[in-house]
Design a protein around this ligand. Structure first.
Ligand code: PLP
Length: 404
């Protein structure tokens, strides 16, 4: 294998400065890469001006950098063009944008299909839409190990479906969704498809052309970029069919006292001053990531996940949430130790310099499905190594000794 996690780690200033830290909370946020930090700082120190408004040279430089970031995001997603990339505040904002703009055209009785594995970001906006428009939410069920059960697709996604909104990969189990049948079933009834890509983007470039969906949402901070920025990709024709969500400067064609016409996408959906430096930082992160050896990096993180799963198997009272086999699965491992609250386990782990998350992971319907209140979650990125996994396992053994 031609990949060195130690070398990769050097691209992440926080990790380079904290040798003792075993950061395994990457599903919550990835660390920011130097490419993103440098690009955002270069904007603020060399070409900061508002975008899409000024005619002086500095403003033109800012425009060019912002639009370049749009192209970089489009390239990471294999989008047909940069006009398909809307900068938002993150996955949550992207999904809410679609829930409002697309939801505007829905009527009582229209159906929206979700799965039981969704993050609250892809649940609550649709429940709110149900309150506003009377749409019906239908849930794709899960197999016992927490994968979306595609054998029940036909009975869930019916001709009344107008939109299917599903996660690309679960932030709890790491299970990657079999999207092709969902997209095909939605297409067959003329429904749109939104994919929540929050977790998937951290594990390599995405091919929205191959996925065949209409919308793809993700956050910059999960893709080793800045916080406060994200993307809503929309197929050109799908975005063009949406009314605006937020109104304000930058999204208009012409405003008169009587009425307003709107700019075409993507600007129609970027009311107000966008997160300019953050978008530029995200573009740089994605550009850097696109050139990385993903096959080797994913083999590396899968090997670490296997090391973790093997190490966990010997602990008494352990239950996994999600599939144990590493096929079609991201290196996200959630589990419980009988009689130990996830928060208590995390506190002991912190003493070992291990940063992992314990709780419901903003996926309470999924926790209910598993019959638990929460879980400990370790999520692995390419900069992690054997020492991170071994520290986690040592800390857990200590937690079992102390807390049981
Ligand atoms: N969807 C999934 C699958 C996630 O894991 C997350 C964050 O953890 C989100 C959506 C929400 O992302 P953000 O809080 O960046 O908007």
């Amino acid at each position: 294998m031609n990949f060195s996690p130690a070398k990769w780690r050097r691209h992440f200033p926080l990790l380079a400065a904290h040798h003792e830290l075993h950061y395994l909370d990457n599903a919550a946020t990835g660390q920011t890469c130097a490419a993103a930090l440098n690009a955002a700082t270069a904007f603020d120190t060399q070409s900061r001006a508002n975008v899409l408004r000024g005619t002086y040279r500095l403003a033109e430089q800012a425009d060019a950098a912002y639009e370049n970031a749009r192209r970089q995001a489009a390239a990471y997603l294999n989008a047909a063009g940069s006009e398909e990339v809307v900068f938002t505040a993150g996955t949550t904002a992207s999904i809410n944008l679609v829930a409002h703009a697309f939801g505007e055209g829905l009527h009582a009785g229209d159906e929206v299909v979700l799965s039981l594995a969704e993050h609250h970001s892809n649940f609550v906006p649709w429940q709110m839409l149900r309150e506003r428009r009377g749409v019906v939410l239908r849930l794709l069920p899960l197999t016992a190990d927490g994968r979306i059960d595609l054998s029940r697709l036909g009975e869930t996604l019916t001709p009344r479906c107008k939109l299917a909104a599903v996660t690309h990969a679960s932030n709890v189990t790491g299970a990657v969704t079999g999207l092709a049948p969902i997209v095909a079933a939605a297409r067959a009834v003329g429904a749109r498809v939104l994919i929540d890509g929050a977790q998937a983007v951290q594990h390599g470039p995405v091919d929205v052309a191959a996925l065949g969906a209409d919308f793809y949402a993700f956050s910059g901070h999960k893709a080793f970029g800045p916080t406060g920025v994200g993307v809503l990709w929309g197929r050109g024709e799908a975005l063009a069919a949406l009314p605006p969500f937020l109104g304000g400067g930058g999204m208009i064609g012409r405003v008169t006292v009587e009425e307003t016409t709107y700019a075409p996408p993507p600007r129609r959906f970027e009311a107000g001053t966008p997160p300019i430096a953050q978008a530029i930082g995200l573009g740089a992160a994605l550009d850097w990531l696109r050139a990385q050896p993903w096959a080797d990096m994913n083999a590396h993180t899968a090997r670490l996940a296997q090391r973790l799963i093997d190490g966990l198997a010997v602990l008494r009272g352990l239950t996994f949430l999600g599939p144990r086999d590493l096929k079609e699965r991201l290196p996200i491992v959630s589990f419980n130790l009988e009689g130990i609250h996830p928060h208590d386990a995390c506190q002991v782990l912190d003493e070992y310099g291990v940063a992992v998350r314990g709780g419901h992971h903003c996926a309470q319907p999924l926790m209910d499905f598993f019959g638990v209140q929460g879980a400990v979650r370790a999520s692995i990125a390419p900069y992690n190594d054997d020492a991170d996994i071994d520290a986690l396992l040592a800390g857990l053994q200590d937690a079992v000794r102390k807390l049981k």
